[in-house]
Design a protein around this ligand. Structure first.
Ligand code: SF4
Ligand code: FE
Length: 490
């Protein structure tokens, strides 16, 4: 098949057998639930755009395994062009959803596991890479969504995985059998988990030899025996369950999604295991996945901000202040910050390099710098959008009031901006800003920008490791004449 149509994707979700809890209930049709449906639409866009000729350059690629045309979200990057195309694709999708389309974690995970399994096999004579290639080929052929599952709950952060009071706070092997392993634990903050077909598990930190049972990577279907998910709430999410709240939601069609995945004694067959106790390879796997996903954020968040900047510009226009210099300057500042993020992602892609397995990795320093900026700039961009939007952002009446036969006309009259612009347009632009700045979209645009793909400190640790201060000191010594002086004195 190689490319699935959007409708086929929606139909395929009915077959996954995923078990999802929300408000204490096990949902019968999780993908139809009003609080979840918009997140399904969001992934649906990754299929829909792949069907449209003008987007195919971004949305599709040629598989190096089969030569078939595949969705770029299932592709193993074959060059810096692929890395750049990925970022451009993410920006386009951000612009069309103003949300998290969830599918990048799987794309980034398959690329990180691909290069790591190759190297583990070289060291240990294992067969992980061949097994993994078969898994990737299946994902490409069926055009599946994979949730890349890395983050463990972590419990007491001072303690290593094997030293936790509760051993399940990091996912681990609890039994080894001739045909596979049994695992137990959980993965937290799992983007798009409910809307995926497969889960690709990776360890979350570097491991010591005593953490052997925790250095495990594998893939299982989301509906595998022993797996269930608990849906994560977002602010104002129950507006999606209200009648006549299309306007109030701000982004009715799309949203992101996170869930806690529980692995309650799950069997993993040998052919689906990609790391099993080779503790020293854990660090590389984590670093590579993190780098790819940090690169991702300078694509998707930039696309979301394109929408936010557009909404702020509309709000200004609907108020009649679009020509005021300070408004123009704020829009310029938002754009400058946003394009800086994009520059970082394009740069770390352009400086990507070939791994021994043949696929390409981004420049680690620039990917980490990009993500560090993503932990900051969206907050300033949001502040400026709220500044332009004005106080009505926080005081607007509901859609029901606006449409009410008695009080609606008062809303229409007193919330009007420029005389020939319908009041509803003004409210819609402000609700969209509210969604991204304060509502469900803020989970994606703000908190996820801060903590997704690693919290700010995680990037600072990588930046410190890669900074090579010794070389910089040498440059400084030469220019300052310190080494020369030393030479002369000697
Ligand atoms: Fe993709 Fe961005 Fe969502 Fe991560 S946060 S899955 S990069 S859209
Ligand atoms: Fe994310």
């Amino acid at each position: 098949m190689a490319l699935m149509a959007k409708q086929q994707y929606l139909d395929s979700l009915k077959q996954t057998g995923v078990k999802v809890y929300l408000f204490g209930d096990l949902l019968d049709n999780p993908h139809e639930h009003p609080m979840i449906r918009a997140s399904v639409n969001c992934i649906g866009m990754t299929y829909e755009l792949a069907e449209i000729p003008e987007f195919q350059e971004h949305m599709t690629a040629t598989s190096h395994l089969t030569g078939n045309k595949i969705n770029r979200f299932t592709h193993i990057f074959q060059g810096t062009d692929d890395l750049i195309a990925k970022v451009k694709m993410q920006r386009v999708l951000g612009q069309r959803t103003a949300s998290c389309f969830q599918r990048c974690v799987g794309m980034d995970a398959i690329n990180a596991v691909y290069s790591t399994t190759f190297e583990v096999d070289q060291d240990y004579g294992t067969n992980y890479h061949e097994n993994f290639k078969k898994f990737v080929e299946m994902v490409q052929d069926k055009d599946l969504v994979v949730v890349g599952a890395m983050t463990d709950p972590k419990g007491n952060r001072k303690l290593r995985p094997s030293k936790q009071a509760d051993p399940d706070l990091y996912l681990h092997v609890v039994e080894r059998r001739p045909d596979g392993v049994i695992v137990r634990g959980a993965k937290a903050h799992q983007t798009g988990a409910v809307n995926s077909h497969e889960i690709l598990v990776m360890p979350t930190i570097s491991m010591n030899p005593e953490d052997k049972d925790y250095a495990i990577s594998f893939a299982v279907p989301v509906g595998a025996e022993g797996i269930f998910m608990i849906y994560g709430r977002q602010s104002s999410d129950t507006r999606k369950m209200e009648e006549s709240a299309d306007l109030d939601i701000g982004n009715y069609t799309f949203s992101g999604q996170e869930a806690l995945i529980i692995f309650d004694n799950v069997f993993v067959p040998n052919e689906r295991i990609f790391l099993n106790g080779e503790t020293e390879h854990s660090e590389n796997l984590v670093e590579r996945f993190a780098a790819y996903h940090r690169q991702s954020y300078g694509g998707c968040k930039v696309g979301v901000a394109d929408v936010l900047i557009g909404a702020a510009a509309l709000a200004a226009e609907f108020n009649g202040v679009e020509k005021a210099n300070h408004i123009k300057d704020k829009l310029i500042e938002m754009t400058h910050l946003n394009e800086t993020l994009y520059s970082g992602s394009i740069a770390c892609s352009a400086l990507g390099y070939r791994m021994p397995a043949g696929n390409y990795l981004v420049d680690l320093m620039l990917a980490n710098v990009t993500k560090q900026n993503v932990t900051r700039f969206p907050y300033e961009i949001t502040r400026l959008a709220e500044d332009i939007g004005g106080g009505l952002l926080a005081t607007m009446p509901s859609e029901k009031d606006y449409k009410d036969s008695k009080i609606g006309p008062y809303c229409e009259k007193y919330l009007k901006g420029v005389e020939d612009i319908p009041t509803e347009y003004r409210l819609r632009a402000l609700r969209l800003i509210e969604n991204i700045a304060l509502g469900p979209g803020a989970s994606v645009y703000r908190v996820e920008s801060l903590h997704g793909a690693g919290s700010p400190q995680a990037q600072r640790i990588m930046i410190a490791r890669l900074a090579n201060f010794d070389v910089k000191k040498k440059f400084a010594r030469l220019i300052a004449g310190i080494d020369k002086t030393k030479t002369e004195n000697n």
